[in-house]
Design a protein around this ligand. Structure first.
Ligand SMILES: *[C@@H]1O[C@H](CO)[C@@H](O)[C@H](O)[C@H]1NC(C)=O
Ligand SMILES: *[C@@H]1O[C@H](CO)[C@@H](O)[C@H](O)[C@H]1NC(C)=O
Ligand SMILES: *[C@@H]1O[C@H](CO)[C@@H](O)[C@H](O)[C@H]1NC(C)=O
Ligand SMILES: *[C@@H]1O[C@H](CO)[C@@H](O)[C@H](O)[C@H]1NC(C)=O
Ligand SMILES: *[C@@H]1O[C@H](CO)[C@@H](O)[C@H](O)[C@H]1NC(C)=O
Ligand SMILES: *[C@@H]1O[C@H](CO)[C@@H](O)[C@H](O)[C@H]1NC(C)=O
Ligand SMILES: *[C@@H]1O[C@H](CO)[C@@H](O)[C@H](O)[C@H]1NC(C)=O
Ligand SMILES: *[C@@H]1O[C@H](CO)[C@@H](O)[C@H](O)[C@H]1NC(C)=O
Length: 420
């Protein structure tokens, strides 16, 4: 749900709060039952319902209403031991229970003896009160973020037919906040809060939670393609020391820019590495990242310096609006930060080769989250288009020699810089 819908819902709820109060009364009882049940299973549930959380935008955390009373979204931490049958015994207490499983091809780094069937979403419906509790299971991925799968809709539709799941109505599914696409969060820190007459864990920082919730879809790197690439070209798989340093630098960059709320995206050769081999091309010497021109702030420079980067160069000094680019160094790794200029039908970044001014055109893109060697990164959602535009049809072939100011298929020389 987007922000304006959240506001709309809020207005509607205020107007008809009298009717909803009745619904809440019963729903609260049902919720209490479920929370008790979960507690007995040593499962801690926490509120992640964006509608309810957005009613506390002033950052107060105790709330007296539970949304529209018909549906509530909760989260829980999953491990390799979490069972898809976790809530099955609720069936004896007047509940219907559906569990959607995690896509088995997804590359979770859980313990090695992890079971094959992991729950992704529980839909728990109480028939007498027409109340749906949606529980989203978050899994830790690598070292720095949590992730939840989408609901496997094809599977769901088939099971509605095969099993007797007529209680799972389409209107109900359309109201779900999570499950359309996979999602990731850095973390969801919780604290005790009050929901109606029930105590419940809620996000410590509601605003931060909502900001993250309104962010991006998570897409998987294509490990099949990567596997094929390593096999076909007999490329070493083990990350070199340089690659490990480069990853560390990427995390440092995140540290500096996340604080400012400035998103950055993998670009150029670094994106090619992610797209082709789910890794970093080890015979390059730098990492390339992109920041939209409209997100420029002087703080980028100071913040990178503060976390230990050394400034090397600034290109396009004449104007922020033409070919602006920073180059920094951290340990043995060079970072090229390009500012992306948006035009009606395309995006572009600039380059400076001696006194030549170059322009590289990029297809328009939006960002998605993904993961590279364990680090959560943003990439263009349609990376295929970007990679083909920059590297041509043969992007798949490894090249030992690549000169950025000569070989790309998407650039032209647009002028000369003034010597001064
Ligand atoms: C909360 O209120 C509901 C409805 O009045 C009631 O059924 C439920 O038992 C109460 N829960 C607690 C923990 O007091
Ligand atoms: C919410 O309620 C709990 C329990 O009564 C209380 O400890 C906490 O301070 C309250 N939080 C806010 C923000 O009012
Ligand atoms: C969920 O896991 C995170 C670590 O990934 C931890 O910090 C958090 O406290 C856990 N939350 C609950 C409710 O158990
Ligand atoms: C399916 O569920 C409905 C109500 O939910 C029930 O009336 C019907 O008997 C069930 N059918 C079967 C085959 O279990
Ligand atoms: C959660 O807590 C950890 C450790 O205190 C902190 O580093 C992190 O920034 C917090 N995350 C959020 C989203 O508040
Ligand atoms: C992953 O890459 C392989 C090989 O290039 C391709 O056949 C497949 O369609 C890709 N998978 C997805 C989901 O894009
Ligand atoms: C430079 O770009 C910014 C943001 O895109 C824009 O608001 C501003 O008008 C531009 N300035 C000039 C001189 O073109
Ligand atoms: C999972 O990720 C690791 C590390 O990124 C990679 O080496 C491995 O090939 C991946 N496995 C699968 C099955 O995708």
């Amino acid at each position: 749900m987007n922000k304006s819908n959240v506001v709309k819902t809020f207005v509607v709820i205020s107007v008809i709060s009298f009717t909803l109060h009745l619904l809440n009364h019963y729903s609260l009882g049902v919720l209490g039952l479920l929370l008790n049940f979960a507690e007995n299973k040593e499962t801690r549930l926490y509120l992640i319902d964006p509608d309810i959380i957005s009613m506390n935008i002033f950052n107060g955390r105790n709330t007296t209403t539970i949304g529209d009373g018909n549906i509530i979204t909760l989260g829980m931490n999953g491990t390799s031991q979490t069972k898809i049958t976790l809530f099955d015994h609720l069936k004896d207490k007047g509940f219907r229970v559906f569990c959607s499983e995690v896509d088995t091809t997804v590359n979770l780094t859980l313990s090695t003896h992890s079971n094959k069937h992991l729950p992704a979403h529980f839909l728990i419906y109480h028939k007498h009160t027409d109340f749906l509790i949606h529980i989203v299971v978050f899994y830790k991925r690598y070292r720095n973020f949590i992730w939840c799968d989408r609901i496997q809709i094809e599977d769901l539709i088939q099971r509605i037919k095969q099993e007797n799941l007529s209680w799972l109505k389409t209107e109900m599914l359309e109201k779900l906040h999570f499950g359309r696409v996979p999602f990731s969060f850095n973390s969801i820190n919780t604290t005790r809060g009050i929901l109606g007459n029930t105590t419940l864990l809620v996000p410590e920082n509601g605003d931060k939670f909502l900001k993250d919730y309104n962010e991006l879809e998570f897409i998987e790197c294509n490990y099949t393609r990567a596997e094929k690439y390593y096999r076909e070209y007999k490329m070493p798989r083990e990350p070199t020391d340089w690659v490990l340093k480069a990853l560390e630098m990427l995390e440092k960059t995140g540290e500096a820019l996340d604080k400012l709320g400035i998103p950055f995206t993998l670009g150029e050769g670094t994106l090619l590495g992610w797209y082709r081999q789910c890794g970093i091309i080890s015979h390059t010497s730098d990492l390339d990242i992109l920041v939209f021109r409209e997100d420029y702030s002087d703080d980028i420079f100071t913040s990178l310096k503060k976390v230990g980067f050394t400034h090397k160069n600034t290109f396009g000094k004449a104007s922020l609006n033409d070919s602006f680019e920073y180059s920094f160094r951290w340990s043995r790794v060079k970072l090229d930060l390009f500012f992306v200029y948006k035009e009606k039908d395309l995006f572009w970044i600039g380059g400076t080769d001696g006194d030549k001014k170059l322009r590289f055109t990029l297809p328009k893109f939006t960002n998605c989250w993904s993961e590279m060697l364990g680090v959560r990164v943003r990439v263009p959602c349609d990376s295929a288009a970007y990679v083909e535009k920059s590297y041509g049809k043969n992007w798949y072939k490894p090249l030992k020699r690549w000169f950025w100011a000569k070989d790309p298929s998407n650039f032209k020389v647009v002028g000369k810089w003034d010597r001064r």
